[in-house]
Design a protein around this ligand. Sequence first.
Ligand SMILES: *Cc1c(COP(=O)(O)O)cnc(C)c1O
Length: 231
Amino acid sequence: MSIRENIQQVRKNIAAAALSAGRRPEDITLVGASKMNDAAACREAIAAGIDALGENRVQEMTQKLAENAYDGAPLHFIGHLQRNKVKQVVGKVALIESVGSYELLEDIDRQAEKLGIVQPILLEVNIGGEEAKSGFAVSEVRAAAERAKGLSHVVLRGLMTIPPVAEGEHGSVPYFEKVHALYVDINASLYDNKLDILSMGMSGDYEDAVRCGATMVRVGTAIFGARHYTL
Ligand SMILES: *Cc1c(COP(=O)(O)O)cnc(C)c1O
């Protein structure tokens, strides 16, 4: 299967999941998680109509930016962002999906101010409360969203989450439901329902995510095949 055929299949699955939940397929943004896939693969996905590409590692992203890998599609940063690499990401991407601490939030705002821009962001929610994962604890997300509101060089667009490795089929659903509820609550009570992005769902669970209200899914292996770990 080619990247193009994979994207068509994923789109079909998204559409079916959306329709089954009474949602419109066109309201779901498909982000290709292109880590460990080269510039040619990124270009292929863009030519096949992917909505955006998402990268995890700053070094790999910088290298592929230099190769014009993302021309023609918005680029998202979706991985763990170290504070000392903020400069290499702010202003270079259309959306930073993985803002998981106050320190990072403030650093991004400061860097965006220096550049004279407003950086769109999502807050990452550590929905499983996992030690090894980054992101705000559920109990912190509301306050973080309030903090983001007070900063003038970031614009909060919504929430992102990566649930714990699923146990069995539909194992992610309880987590997706929790993050969706959090998103709806913060959106209504703090943001006048102006938030428009709930990013959740990957190759193994994006259909469940769509049924649970995701407006954005991040799909890697189901589009690009197994990752090339040598890259
Ligand atoms: C790699 C990655 C994905 C996609 O994972 P697949 O299981 O390959 O679809 C989605 N989100 C993030 C943050 C990732 O790092």
